[in-house]
Structures are given as C-alpha cells and as structure tokens.
Design a protein around this ligand. Sequence first.
Ligand code: 0X9
Ligand code: CA
Ligand code: CA
Ligand code: ZN
Length: 423
Amino acid sequence: MFRRPRVFGALAGAGVILLALLAAPAGAQPSAGAPPDRGVYTVPAGNAAARTAVAGSGVDVLGTRDGTMTVVATPAQARSLRAQGFRLGQVGDFDAMLAERSGPPRAAAAAAEFPPGDEAYHTYAEMTEALRAAQRAYPGLARLSSVGRSYEGRELYLIKISDNVDRDEAEPEVLFTCNQHAREHLTTEMCLHLVQRFTARYATDATVRQLVDSREIYVLPQVNPDGSEYDIAGGRYKGWRKNRQGSGTDPNRNWDYRWGCCGGSSGNPRSDTYRGTAPFSAPETRAVANFVNSRVVGGSQQITAHIDFHTYSELVLWPYGYTYADTAPGMNAEQARRFADIGRRMAATNGYTPQQSSDLYITDGSVNDWMWGVHGILSYTFEMYPRTSSGLSGFYPPASVIPRETARNDAAVDVLLRAAGGA
Ligand code: 0X9
Ligand code: CA
Ligand code: CA
Ligand code: ZN
C-alpha cells in the first residue's frame, strides 16, 4: 500500500532557500510570501457580524474568545479596521513574537525538528513512525493506510482501529481528523493520543474495549503535513496556517459545499483564508473527501460522526458555518437540536464552550458543512487549548501540556462514539 515519498528532490531545493533565510538575523525575514511588519492585535468584536467583518478584512484570525479577537494585520489592514471603527490593541510584532517563541536559531543543517523544549511534538516522520509502531504492536486492532498524497507528495496517513480490523464490519464508523491548519500542532498530538488510547488501553480499559469492539474508528493525524513541516523547518516557527500549494490554500475553506458562497473566505491567494481556485483544488481536502466518499457502501454512508480538531479557544462548534441561521437546506430544527444537544454534552465533559460555528464568524467551504451537507455526518470542530492567548503563543503551548490537553477530550470523544450509534 505504501510507496516511497518522491517529494524530497523538491524539498531539497526548498532547503536551499531556507538556508538563505536562516542566514539572515532572526526575525529580520518575514515568512515566505507574507508582507513585512505585521502586528498582532486584539480587536473587540461583540457580535458575529462584526467578527465576520474582521475575519473578512483579510487579517489572520488567531483566536476568538468572549467577544475579543486576536489577529495578525499589516499596517494597511490595521488602518482600515480602525477606519471602520474597530478599536485595535497592539500586542506585539508578529515576527518578533515568533522569533522569541522559537528560541535561538539552530544549525540550519539539523533535521526537521521542533525548537528546543518542544521536541515532544511529533514531526511528520515521528508521526509516521508512531502509526507504524501502533500497527506493529496491535496488528489485530490497528491498520495503517493512506488516503492519498499532499501537494508536496507526502502520504496522508489514515489508521483504522477496531476489533477484526481487517474486516469491514457492520459497525458505525467514526472519523477524527487533525492538523488541517499547519501551525495547530497540538491537534496532531490529539489524534496520536486517540490512537494510543484505543490501542494500548484496549486490554485493560473496559470503556475503550467496548467502544473499539462496537465501532470502526478512523484517525487521520495530519491533513496538512506540508504546512506543518514548513511551520517548523529550521527549528523556527513561522505561524503558517495553509497548505503549501502556491502561496497556500486554506484547507478549511476549500471543501465543496457552498464553496465561497457567503463572505466566509477570501479569493486573494495571499490571504490566510484563501479558498483556492476551485472546490477541492487542494490535493489534501480532495484526498480526504475521496476517502469519505468511498465509505458510501450500498448507497449508505458508513461514517456517522466526525471531529475535526483545531486550536485554539476551547470551543465545540457545529454546522452550518456559512449561515447565521440555525436551520437551512439540509438542516431542520430537529437536526439542529441534535447537533446542539450532543455538542453541549461533549462540552460539559471538557469545559469548552459549545456553539454553532457561525456564532464565531461566518466560514464557507469548511469541512463540517461538507460532512453534514453532503453526507449527513454528525461533524464537529473542536478548538483546543488554550482558551485565550495574547498572540501566537496560542498555537505553540509548551509540550508539557500535551498529555493533559489531549486526555481532556477523552470523555467528549466517547460521547461522540456512543452518539455515532444513534444514542
Ligand atoms: O476558521 C477556521 O477554520 C476555524 N478556526 S481556526 O482558528 N482554527 O482557523 C473554525 C472553523 C469553524 N467553522 C466551521 N466549523 N464551519
Ligand atoms: Ca470491528
Ligand atoms: Ca463498516
Ligand atoms: Zn484551525
């Protein structure tokens, strides 16, 4: 099933450019393709329409909590928001904050790795090895495959966990996806924690055993491995969100349901919410969608529930994202109530705040809208730890929080796995 990655010629070329970047003083070079002198700001925006206006202005929204957004803006974007009446509070300089969080520059020749102190986070190679190890240790429970390749040619690994894992049994199927957004590294750890928990604890934990025996669990730890590797290349964080196709497509604006419909994405390739040239123009979203499409068996979708993990803000979000309305085509009042009910039950276990995703701001072309709108899959977004942050550090919490913040979602995940059976 596995072919050898063939990207690394191209990557070696990119490495030369990186070397040139690293030769410059730390913080002097903006991220490739990004405008210089970007500032991190807080922006009070007390209602969803105001937040949609801020998100739609082209700034990079880092997090949203209690009516205050944290954004990265160019001087022109900051001026324009102020001219619209928004009160911006300057938190710091984007590149200076990244340089500070990354620590002293490392030898450019070093292999891809997280900055010193953050090595417990998994690189793509380490994530791959962790999945292979799970399959080796639990061959009857875990089966590794790939749904396709990223733009730069990396395998998009998928691991299935169930009893009789090699058989397609008549059990509700549940999908967990992580790392659509490159810099949201804690989510990769979340997916790897799920793999660990549902394999290593199978023999001793009755809850785990009952869930694994009665469900077919699919975990896809890195939807956007190119972006994720780029974000840590050279041991220096770049605050990168998108994939690495051209100047980058936001995977979570590229799904083929009401794509680009409603002011919840950008048509500007430089924007951090660029929706791409067409629905599923990103190979990563196309590949995940092909996998989900392939789970329609005998006319019925086998996957009944899904969580897409993001950071940060500690939220449980449900569709639709493209409209403020609670009900819309494909979402009647009873279905909206079910989303809210299960969303609230999950949030009660982890202390997150439950809401319809458009209560945050409008997003179009997001994964949840496609999963539900096209396939009727009960699909949620979790925005993980931290609850608030004064800037980029929200994406780069210390590795010491990984065990606590991933285990924090165990009970919520179990609620969803049970709900996947119709409960
Ligand atoms: O904007 C996003 O894509 C997500 N937030 S993030 O800060 N991680 O980028 C929120 C997506 C929620 N929207 C839907 N679920 N529709
Ligand atoms: Ca099974
Ligand atoms: Ca099945
Ligand atoms: Zn995200």
